[in-house]
Design a protein around this ligand. Structure first.
Ligand SMILES: Nc1ncnc2c1ncn2[C@@H]1O[C@H](COP(=O)(O)OP(=O)(O)O)[C@@H](O)[C@H]1O
Ligand SMILES: [Mg+2]
Length: 420
C-alpha cells in the first residue's frame, strides 16, 4: 500500500450524496487504494460540511503525478502530524491529467515553507472561515477557505450556523470551495482577473472544528487562492477612478455565474502605477440552483451604464456556455445540473443583451430583483413561463433553452428600444 503525496496539480471532485451513503462511498474509494483509513476518517470527518441527513460532499481525487514521492504508513502519520498544505493523490485508480500546474506547486512550496514559522491566521473580514497563509519571509501568499467552515456550516468559526440552511438561495454550504475554483476556470483568458485558485487539503491545528480543541490537528479540504496585495476593497472608497473596462469585466463574470454575493467588500482595489485596478474575490456564492438572489453592488456605479467596448463585445460573443459546462463537469462530475442551467441561462441573457446593445447595467436589471426582494426578476418570470409551457415534464435543458432564447430576444429588444 502506498499513498502518494506530491506537490502537483490535483483535481478534487466533490460528489453530492447523502450522509447514510457517504462513509461507505468514501471508504469504498479508500479501500480500492488501500489508503490508511485513519487519515481519511480524520479528513472526511473534518471536511464534511454537515452532520445530519443532508446532501454532503464526498471527495474523490484525480491527480497528475509529477515528481511523485511514495510514502509508507509512517509518512502518512507524519503528514497528519505536520502542519502542512498538501495535495494528496492515490497511487492507483488515478486518472492522469495531461498538463502540470507549476503555479500550484510553487504556491504550495511557499506556503509550506511559511507554515513552519507562521500559522494560518483567521481573517476577521467576511462571514466564513478564511485563513491568511504566509511564506517564510512572513509575506502573505494565499487565502485558504475550508469547505466545512463556510457560512451555515457547523464549523464556521464566525458562528452563522443554521442547520439545513443554504448559504444563499440555491447554494449549499460546502459548495463554496468548488465555486471559487469554478470562477477561476470560467474566467476565460483571465478576463476579469480572478486570482489563481485551486483545491487543496490543508492540515493545521489553527483551523476551527466545533468538536475539537485548539491543539488538535485538522485536515481540511478547501479553496486555496493566491493572495493579491491591495490597498483596500471597494467598500472603503468611491468608484471614481475605476476603469470602465474593469467594472465591465467583473460584471460580465458576475452575470454569467449569477453571483449572489458581489458586494463591494468582494472587490479588491490595487494601485498599479498611476492606475487603479479592480480584483474580484469571493466567488463561493456563485452558480446557485435558483435565479432569485443575484446581487451586484456595482450596479450603482456609473461605469456600469457605459456602453461595452468593442473588444469586450467580442469577448462576450465568443463565450460558450456549453463548453463552460463541459469544463465544470470534467472538473466536478457531480456538479448540480441546476447550477449548470443557471450558467447557461445567464450566459444567454448576457450574450443576447450585449448583442442588442444593452449596457451591463441594463442586463443586470433583467437578472436581478429590482423592485424588492420578493418581486421576481424579468429573467425569473421568463424562465417560469417556459417551465409552465413545458409542464415541468421536460428535464431537457435544450428544449428549455430553445424556447428561452426567442423570449430573451423579445425582452432585450424591448429594453433596447426603451433606451433609445
Ligand atoms: N485573493 C485574495 N487576496 C487578498 N485578500 C483576500 C483574497 N481573498 C480574500 N481576501 C481577504 O479575506 C477576506 C475574506 O475573504 P472572502 O473570500 O471575502 O471570504 P468570505 O466568504 O468570508 O466573505 C476578504 O474580505 C479579503 O479581505
Ligand atoms: Mg467576502
Amino acid at each position: 500500500m502506498v499513498v502518494s503525496v506530491a506537490q502537483v496539480r490535483v483535481e478534487i471532485h466533490l460528489h453530492t450524496t447523502w450522509l447514510s451513503m457517504s462513509m461507505s462511498v468514501a471508504f469504498g474509494a479508500v479501500a480500492a487504494t488501500t489508503v490508511k483509513a485513519d487519515l481519511w476518517s480524520t479528513f472526511f470527518a473534518s471536511a464534511l460540511p454537515s452532520k445530519n441527513l443532508q446532501p454532503l460532499n464526498i471527495f474523490s481525487i484525480v491527480a497528475e503525478e509529477q515528481q511523485q514521492t511514495t510514502c509508507n504508513d509512517q509518512d502518512v502519520k507524519e503528514i497528519q502530524a505536520a502542519p502542512s498544505l498538501n495535495v494528496i493523490t492515490f497511487d492507483e485508480g488515478v486518472k492522469p491529467l495531461t498538463c502540470t500546474d507549476a503555479r500550484l506547486t510553487e504556491l504550495l512550496a511557499r506556503v509550506n515553507a511559511g507554515l513552519k514559522s507562521y500559522p494560518p491566521e483567521l481573517i476577521e473580514e467576511g462571514v466564513g472561515g478564511a485563513y491568511l497563509l504566509k511564506d517564510e519571509k512572513g509575506e502573505a501568499v494565499a487565502i485558504f477557505k475550508p469547505s466545512d467552515e463556510e457560512p451555515n456550516s457547523p464549523n464556521n468559526p464566525k458562528g452563522n450556523f443554521a442547520d439545513n440552511t443554504e448559504m444563499k438561495t440555491g447554494v449549499t454550504p460546502g459548495d463554496g470551495a468548488n465555486n471559487e475554483v469554478a470562477a477561476y476556470l470560467l474566467d476565460r483568458e483571465h478576463f476579469a482577473g480572478v486570482p489563481y485558485t485551486n483545491l487543496v487539503v490543508a492540515t493545521h491545528k489553527a483551523f476551527f472544528d466545533a468538536n475539537s480543541d485548539d491543539d488538535t490537528l485538522k485536515s481540511k479540504i478547501g479553496s486555496l487562492q493566491e493572495y493579491v496585495p491591495h490597498e483596500s476593497s471597494c467598500e472603503d472608497r468611491g468608484s471614481r477612478g475605476f476603469a470602465v473596462n474593469d467594472v465591465h469585466r467583473i460584471g460580465i463574470l458576475d452575470c454569467r455565474m449569477c453571483n449572489t454575493d458581489r458586494h463591494l467588500g468582494n472587490i479588491l482595489v490595487k494601485n498599479e502605477g498611476a492606475n487603479v485596478r479592480l480584483v474580484p474575490i469571493d466567488h463561493g456564492l456563485c452558480l446557485p440552483t435558483k435565479l432569485s438572489d443575484a446581487r451586484f453592488e456595482w450596479m450603482t456605479w456609473p461605469q456600469a451604464k457605459q456602453p461595452f467596448a468593442p473588444e469586450t463585445l467580442k469577448y462576450i460573443e465568443q463565450l460558450d456556455a456549453d463548453a463552460d459546462c463541459e469544463l465544470l463537469k470534467s472538473r466536478f462530475p457531480s456538479i448540480s445540473d441546476k447550477s449548470l442551467k443557471t450558467l447557461k441561462i445567464c450566459t444567454v441573457l448576457l450574450k443576447r443583451g450585449a448583442q442588442a446593445g444593452l449596457t451591463l447595467y441594463d442586463i443586470a436589471c433583467l437578472l436581478c430583483r429590482m423592485e424588492d426582494l420578493d418581486t421576481k426578476s424579468e429573467l425569473e418570470l421568463l424562465c417560469e413561463k417556459i417551465e409552465q409551457q413545458l409542464h415541468n415534464d421536460s428535464d431537457d435543458d435544450d428544449d428549455f433553452l430553445a424556447r428561452l432564447i426567442p423570449e430573451i430576444d423579445g425582452l432585450v429588444s424591448l429594453h433596447a428600444s426603451k433606451g433609445k
